[in-house]
Ligand binder design. Structure first.
Ligand code: PHE
Length: 454
C-alpha cells in the first residue's frame, strides 16, 4: 500500500477545492438559471440553499474525508460496513459526469484554436452544427466520430492522466495553484471589457431585476438547490476525497466557508460578465435581452462566438481568453472528478496510483469518445439533463439521509470538526442536514418524477 498522500499547504487544498467547485457550471449554467428563476430575487433562495445545504454538506463531506482518511467507499465503510455501496454509487455518478464533462472541455480547447482568426465565421450556429458536426446530413443519428475533436479530447485526457499520476501535492495542487489564479485574471479581463460595451447596462438590468413573485414558486427553490449541488461539487464524494489528503490539523469548518463563498463569488462574476455581453449582443441586434439569453452548449459555442464577432476589436484575443477560461475552469473540476474514482479503485483493489489512473482513466476515455460523435452533443445534453435532475438530487438525498438518520453519524462528525476548527458548528448544522435538506431534496425528487411522468 502506498503511503497516503497529503496537500503541501492549506492554501493548496483551498485552491484545489475551489478549483473543483468553479467549473463550467459557474460560467454557463448559473447566469441563465438565475435569470430564469427571478433574476435579482433568485439570490434569496440561492443564499438560503448555500446556508442550509451547501455549506453544511461541504462541512460534512470534508469531515468524513478528514476523519476516516479514505476515498468515498472506504470512508463510508469505516462509518458503517453497510454504507460502502453509497460510496460506489457516488463514484459511478462521478464517472458518468467525467465522460461528458471532458468532451465539453475538448470543445473549448478546439474553440480556443478556432479563435485565432475567428474561424467560426459570421454564422457560428451553422458552423458548429453544419460544418463541424455535419448534423445536417445525418439528422437524428449519432454518426461517426468528429475527427477534429478526437485530438483535443485525447489531449484533455493526457493532461488529466499526467496530473493524477504526479499525485496530490505535486500534481493536483500544483495545477490548481497555477490554473485558478490565471482563470480569475483572464475572466476578470473579459468581464471588465464586457462591462464597457454598449448595452452592458441593459444586460445587467435584465439579470439583476428582481421578480419577487417568483419567490413563491417551488421551481425556483428547486433550481437554487440544484445549482448549489452541482456548482459546489457536493453529493459525489469529491470534496470528501480531497479532504482525506488534509494534514491532521486543519480547520475544516473555515475551509468550507471559504470554498463556498469563493465559488459563489466566481459565479456572480460570471453572471455579470455573461449578461453584460448578452446585453451588448441584444443592443447590436436591436432586440430585448430576453431574446438572446441561453445557456450550456448554445451559449458557449454559438452565442459567445457571435458576441466575440461583434467586439469592436481584438476579437481573436477575447475569443482565446473566453475559451481558455472554460478550459481552465473545466480542467480543475475534471481532475477532481477523476481523482475521486481513481482513489476509490486504488484503495479497494490495493493497486498503485499509476495502475488505478490507467485502468479507470482509459475506460473513461473510451466512453467519452461516444460524446465526440456527430450527434454527440445532443446525446450529451440528454445525459447532462438526467445527471442534473436525478443524479445530483439522489446522490445528495441518499447521502444526508443515510448519514444523519441510518448511521447516526452526525454527532461524531460534529465533535471531530469542532475539535480542529476555530469556527464551531452546532445544532443548526445538524438540523439543516437531518431535516431541512432531506425535505427539500425529497420534494425535488418527487417533483422531477412527476414532471417526467406527465
Ligand atoms: N462544480 C463543477 C462546476 O460547477 C462541476 C462538477 C460537478 C465538478 C460535479 C465535480 C463534480 O462545473
Amino acid at each position: 500500500m502506498e503511503k497516503r498522500q497529503q496537500w503541501g499547504s492549506r492554501y493548496g487544498f483551498i485552491m484545489a477545492a475551489v478549483g473543483s467547485a468553479v467549473g463550467l457550471g459557474n460560467i454557463w449554467r448559473f447566469p441563465a438559471v438565475a435569470y430564469e428563476n427571478g433574476g435579482g430575487a433568485f439570490f434569496l433562495p440561492y443564499l438560503f440553499a448555500i446556508l442550509t445545504a451547501g455549506i453544511p454538506i461541504l462541512i460534512m463531506e470534508f469531515t468524513i474525508g478528514h476523519k476516516y482518511r479514505g476515498s468515498a467507499p472506504l470512508s463510508l465503510f469505516r462509518i458503517n460496513k453497510k454504507a460502502e455501496w453509497l460510496g460506489w454509487w457516488q463514484l459511478l455518478i462521478s464517472f458518468v459526469i467525467c465522460t461528458y464533462y471532458s468532451v465539453i472541455i475538448a470543445w473549448a480547447v478546439k474553440y480556443t484554436i478556432y479563435s485565432f482568426g475567428t474561424q467560426w465565421g459570421t454564422d457560428p450556429g451553422s458552423f458548429l452544427f453544419g460544418d463541424v458536426l455535419k448534423l445536417a446530413e445525418k439528422p437524428g443519428q449519432i454518426g461517426g466520430l468528429v475527427p477534429g475533436i478526437v485530438v483535443p479530447l485525447l489531449f484533455v485526457w493526457a493532461v488529466t492522466f499526467f496530473v493524477l499520476y504526479r499525485g496530490v501535492s505535486k500534481g493536483i495542487e500544483k495545477l490548481n495553484k497555477i490554473f485558478l489564479p490565471t482563470l480569475v485574471v483572464m475572466f476578470f479581463i473579459i468581464v471588465v471589457r464586457a462591462l464597457t460595451l454598449d448595452g452592458a447596462a441593459q444586460g445587467l438590468n435584465a439579470f439583476f431585476k428582481p421578480n419577487w413573485n417568483m419567490i413563491f414558486d417551488g421551481k425556483v427553490w428547486i433550481a437554487a438547490y440544484g445549482q448549489i449541488f452541482f456548482s459546489l461539487s457536493i453529493g459525489f464524494a469529491i470534496m470528501l476525497t480531497y479532504s482525506s489528503y488534509l494534514p491532521k490539523k486543519s480547520d475544516i469548518n473555515n475551509n468550507a466557508f471559504i470554498t463556498a463563498f469563493a465559488n459563489s463569488g466566481f459565479e456572480l462574476l460570471a453572471g455579470i460578465g455573461v449578461f453584460a455581453a448578452l446585453g451588448f449582443m441584444a443592443n447590436q441586434q436591436g432586440v430585448a435581452v430576453d431574446e438572446v439569453v441561453s445557456s450550456g452548449i448554445g451559449l458557449a459555442f454559438v452565442v459567445f462566438p457571435s458576441i466575440i464577432n461583434e467586439f469592436p476589436g481584438m476579437n481573436g484575443f477575447f475569443g482565446v481568453l473566453f475559451f481558455l477560461s472554460l478550459v481552465f475552469a473545466g480542467m480543475t473540476s475534471l481532475i477532481s472528478i477523476v481523482e475521486t474514482f481513481v482513489a476509490g479503485i486504488q484503495e479497494k483493489f490495493n493497486v498503485s496510483r499509476t495502475k488505478a489512473v490507467l485502468t479507470s482513466g482509459i475506460t473513461a476515455t473510451i466512453i467519452s469518445l461516444l460524446f465526440a460523435t456527430n450527434g454527440g452533443l445532443y446525446f450529451l445534453d440528454v445525459v447532462d439533463y438526467f445527471i442534473n435532475n436525478f443524479g445530483v438530487v439522489t446522490a445528495g438525498l441518499v447521502e444526508v439521509v443515510l448519514i444523519a438518520w441510518f448511521f447516526k453519524g452526525l454527532n461524531g462528525l460534529q465533535s471531530h470538526a469542532n475539535a480542529i476548527s476555530d469556527l464551531r458548528v452546532g445544532g443548526w448544522w445538524k438540523f439543516c442536514l437531518s431535516v431541512v435538506t432531506p425535505i427539500i431534496l425529497g420534494y425535488m425528487m418527487f417533483d422531477n418524477i412527476r414532471q417526467n411522468l406527465k
